[in-house]
Design a protein around this ligand. Structure first.
Ligand code: 7PJ
Length: 279
């Protein structure tokens, strides 16, 4: 396991969990109803997340919720490029949530430091788009396609299957020439998984991830939180923070969240309990 991650222009230590703040630039995102759709609103929201303690920003121009409409690459670039350009000097690494090679190339030219691909860099073109850069790569597991993935999620052994997919994906990236300190793996909570699958993966996170690569966990406001609490997306803060802490306690290195300030506070208190406070 590397002790740091290379994020393009940045190199971040992995000794404490990092918080990645979500910046949606989509009109149909499920959890905030597209509240940050204009570039100006997205940039303002991004700065408030940095103020709240975000270590990384994840900018997304394509909604991946079940049933969401596909967005052409040109439209996706038009949404995210002005935001990346405005945030280039904000002081934290910029991740872009995309699975399109054309978008990857465009945002890397504009200064993105990480590519977060929910399709796990499964196409040769996506690997070619990122290999020669020094950006970090988040390789996520998904079963099926966003439009239909929640219809019949099915596994013989979800922990083993997600683990094997992530290990094989990391090996494929390394064979293509990506150094180990650029690779992050993600079980992909909610992407082709039942509620039971999601909680098994979270409980068994250590076994899912193995010990070679850092782990990113995204559970913020997801339906797995609603399924247990009975609360709609706007009322999932407590549940989301609890799930983030459960992930941190199992060694997660990056927590992808909407509610940065509350997650940072929870991690600070958890660290004080685990490590003590200087007198
Ligand atoms: C994830 C993501 C996740 C990574 C989304 C949502 C849906 N990228 N993009 N991991 N989820 N790496 O935020 O609820 O879990 S979009």
């Amino acid at each position: 396991m590397p002790d740091h991650l290379q994020f393009g222009r940045f190199r971040l230590s992995l000794e404490r969990p990092l918080v990645m703040g979500i910046v949606n630039v989509t009109p149909d995102s499920f959890s905030d109803g597209g509240a940050h759709f204009t570039p100006q609103a997205a940039v303002a929201h991004a700065y408030s997340l940095i103020e709240d303690g975000a270590d990384i920003l994840d900018i997304g121009g394509e909604s991946t919720r079940p049933g969401a409409a596909a967005v052409p690459a040109a439209d996706e670039l038009q949404r995210v490029l002005p935001v990346i350009e405005a945030l280039r000097d904000c002081g934290v690494p910029l991740s872009v949530d995309t699975c399109k090679p054309e978008v990857m190339r465009g945002v890397l030219r504009s200064g993105a430091d990480m590519i977060n691909d929910i399709r796990g860099f499964d196409s040769e073109l996506s690997v070619q788009a990122v290999v020669a850069s020094d950006c970090a790569l988040c390789l996520m597991h998904m079963q099926g396609e966003p439009r239909t993935m929640q219809q019949h999620p099915s596994y013989d052994d979800v922990v083993r299957e997600v683990h094997d997919y992530l290990s094989a994906g990391a090996r494929r990236l390394q064979e293509a020439g990506v150094s180990a300190d650029r690779i992050v793996l993600d079980p992909g909570f909610g992407f082709g998984k039942s509620v039971a699958h999601n909680y098994t993966l979270l409980r068994e996170l250590t076994a899912v991830m193995g010990s070679d690569f850092p782990c990113l966990v995204g559970v913020s406001r997801k339906s797995m939180i609603g399924a247990v609490t009975g609360r709609p997306a706007g009322q999932r803060l407590g549940g989301s923070v609890a799930a983030a802490l459960a992930a941190a306690a199992r060694g997660a290195h990056i927590l992808r969240v909407h509610d940065v300030a509350d997650t940072v506070s929870a991690l600070q208190v958890w660290a004080a309990v685990e490590q003590g406070v200087r007198a």
